[in-house]
Design a binder for this molecule. Structure first.
Ligand code: 4AD
Ligand code: MG
Length: 456
């Protein structure tokens, strides 16, 4: 029963969580959570209780509780916050292997009866408008747990490979990835821009510490409404002194195979949930079950020269002109030929950022690489070797019509102890979308920022 002086927990009863219920088998516990769903059959109520760590079924038998409690359980609205007590029992049929034989129910706060998200299929716009509530549902839960696991995997990978985590600024005085996608803001009387990439500062950090990485939010005023573009996304960017293009590809391959193995090992249940709850649109894509897809992510990934990639595309019917960047469709066609991700390297320098080192063997090409994910997921990593010669870099800054004064410190790195160096950026949301087999990056972050979405 609802009480104004409700304890945060029921007295004298251990608090169990769904995720860690196993050791409580046979014991009386309490679960503190919310009513996710319910159904009744004669003298039984089946309450789906979620507590943030998972969902457990509490079975309430009429004979085990008083009349008032049994009646109460029959009327509670979805998302009512509750404390449920009962005995944990093993149940092979339950998704988590256990259920709760309920013997008590306390309402913390009854939810309004019109909870907007019901089991029926809602449109995406509606769900995105209710993202603050949509987060509670099973599939979103699974996706965001995979995201968190990937973040941990990334951090563990770099930490254990001698890379030092160093954060780079978000307010910056100049562009990194080109001026067309900069968010501008007023900064105490001057103009500042939200960082598109921590790379340039990372290069300074690498010259100070050798091997570094930064992992934070980056911003692009993308005018594109595609399934791959957010305006605010998270990127992990390793950067290392004495690292050449091949080294960059080795590192990227190591990272991505580690992510796949970690998720496969630790998030099997989440992957199964995501596979089981797919919209019609997703089903039409006929993606591989995610466990199967991840098991295929094994090194080595093919390393394909840009010119060979273009030739392959032409054979596959694309009419993209040699010299252009690959479009999303080209990436899809190309990656469909391979089971693993691929590296397309040495793009024409003309279509790439100012900081890229040119290939000494073919100066029209940049020592850069994109990693393209299979199943049409396209570019998840971009990186390469950086221009390390002062005068060449200065000329590139001028050629790109960038303000030299904003890059004086960056040029200093080439004046004082310049070494060949490189790194890359992996987009977290695109990686999560691919790992989970999602049609759009909007579900991979709790609150997506898109060209046409700033709320909730
Ligand atoms: O290829 P990008 O633009 O590379 C850089 O920013 C380099 N400065 C990184 C570096 O070398 N340190 O972006 C890197 C990755 C892309 O491959 C993609 O995964 C992701 O960032 N990305 C986006 N993800 C979501 N929404 C967007 N608008 C994105 N733009 C890039
Ligand atoms: Mg790129």
């Amino acid at each position: 029963m609802s009480s104004p002086h409700l304890p945060i927990a029921l007295p004298d009863l251990p608090i169990a969580t769904v995720a860690t219920i196993a050791p409580f088998d046979g014991q009386r516990v309490q679960i503190r959570g919310w009513l996710y769903g319910r159904r009744s059959k004669g003298k039984l109520h089946f309450l789906q209780v979620r507590d943030g760590t998972g969902i457990i079924q509490a079975v309430m038998f009429k004979g085990d509780v008083d009349e008032a409690t049994f009646t109460l359980a029959d009327h509670l609205s979805q998302e009512t916050s509750i404390l449920v007590s009962g005995t944990v029992r093993r149940d092979e049929r339950a998704p988590i292997g256990y259920e709760l034989a309920a013997d008590g129910l306390t309402v913390v706060k009854e939810a309004a009866a019109d909870y907007p998200i019901s089991p029926k299929e809602h449109g995406v716009a509606f769900l995105m408008d209710h993202r603050h509530l949509w987060l509670r549902s099973r599939r979103q839960h699974a996706i965001l747990r995979v995201r968190a696991r990937i973040v941990k995997s990334i951090r563990d990978f770099f930490d254990s490979n001698g890379y030092l985590l160093l954060d780079t600024p978000i307010f910056t005085p100049a562009a990194c990835e080109g001026t067309s996608t900069l968010f501008e803001t007023e900064y105490h009387g001057q103009k500042a821009y939200l960082s598109q990439s921590g790379q340039l500062y990372n290069e300074a950090n690498a010259m100070a510490f050798g091997k570094v990485y930064t992992f934070g939010p980056t911003f692009r005023a993308e005018k594109s409404k595609t399934r791959r573009h957010l305006t605010e996304f998270w990127m992990v960017e390793p950067e290392a002194a004495y690292l050449d293009l091949d080294g960059v590809m080795d590192l990227a391959e190591g990272l991505v195979t580690t992510i796949a193995a970690d998720v496969l090992r630790d998030c099997g249940a989440e992957l199964d949930t995501i596979d089981a709850i797919r919209s019609e649109v997703e089903e039409q894509k006929q993606l591989k079950p995610r466990r199967e897809a991840l098991a295929l992510i094994q090194a080595p990934f093919p390393r394909i020269d840009y010119a060979d990639a273009v030739a392959m595309l032409h054979k596959l019917g694309s009419d993209m002109p040699y010299g252009d960047d690959l479009g999303a469709d080209d990436e899809t066609i190309l990656t469909q030929q391979f089971a693993t991700p691929i590296f397309v390297n040495r793009y024409p320098a003309e279509v790439k950022a100012f900081y890229m080192k040119r290939d000494p063997a073919r100066p029209d090409r940049a020592l850069c690489v994109d990693m393209l994910a299979p199943e049409g997921y396209g570019e998840v990593i971009g990186g390469g070797q950086r221009e390390d010669d002062h005068d060449t870099l200065l000329a590139a800054i001028n050629k790109h019509e960038l303000p030299v004064e904003a890059f004086d410190w960056y040029l200093d790195l080439r004046k004082y102890g310049s070494v060949p160096h490189g790194g890359f950026g992996l987009g977290l949301e695109r990686t999560v979308a691919w790992v989970c087999g999602l049609p759009h990056v909007r579900e991979t972050i709790p609150f997506a920022r898109l060209m046409d979405r700033l709320r909730p």
